[in-house]
Design a protein. Structure first.
Length: 197
């Protein structure tokens, strides 16, 4: 019997802003996009595990970024309101009457702080953010940590993520899995699994 629905956050409830920031800073500073993206992908996992401060992470992407530029371009962007998937918040209001809703997300300090400030984690009973737990998807520890902390069994949970590489390990552990494409597809998948909202 399904007791819980566990969601990823970025790409499902809201769009992560980090890649948009890379594009913007490249344009402003005239920095090569492919070099910046290489630096980004080489360092993002360590950042999302909490090993780098936000300023250190962005300095690894853009070695010449000054403190003033970092504050204006990066921290300033996190202060803006994140566009949210309003329909999914409405769906979750219905789901939360029957199921415990949780979130497992690869995140970073600035993102977590901004999302909390904007109350974007409001549908969830608890959030498990990689930079706080030290566990990152798609590694099984992220899902096992969730199960240990909540006392749930994998076969009591549905896991929803926009990345198949994160859904498959959850399914291998016994979660029912849904790769999120859009709200209509998610509602159809919920119906297939007998989930009403």
């Amino acid at each position: 019997m399904i007791k819980s629905i566990v969601f990823d956050f970025n790409g499902v409830f809201a769009k992560a802003i980090e890649l948009r920031l890379v594009d913007r800073i490249c344009a402003i500073k005239g920095f090569g996009k492919w070099i910046a993206l290489s630096n980004y992908y080489l360092n993002i996992a360590q950042f999302e595990l909490g090993f780098f401060s936000p300023q250190d992470f962005w300095k690894k992407i853009f070695p010449s970024i000054s403190r003033e530029e970092y504050l204006a371009y990066v921290e300033g962007e996190y202060e803006r309101r994140f566009p949210r998937n309003e329909e999914l918040y409405t769906i979750c209001a219905g789901l939360s009457k029957k199921y415990a809703l949780y979130c497992i997300s690869n995140s970073n300090f600035l993102q977590g702080k901004a999302m909390r400030k904007q109350k974007l984690y409001s549908p969830f009973r608890e959030v498990f953010l990689s930079h706080e737990t030290g566990k990152i998807k798609p590694f099984p520890d992220a899902y096992l940590n969730f199960l240990e902390k909540t006392g749930l069994k994998a076969n009591e949970c549905i896991y929803v993520d926009d990345s198949l590489r994160n859904v498959l390990p959850a399914m291998a552990l016994g979660f029912a899995g849904i790769k999120f494409e859009n709200n209509e597809q998610l509602k159809a998948k919920f119906k297939e699994l007998g989930i009403s909202f």
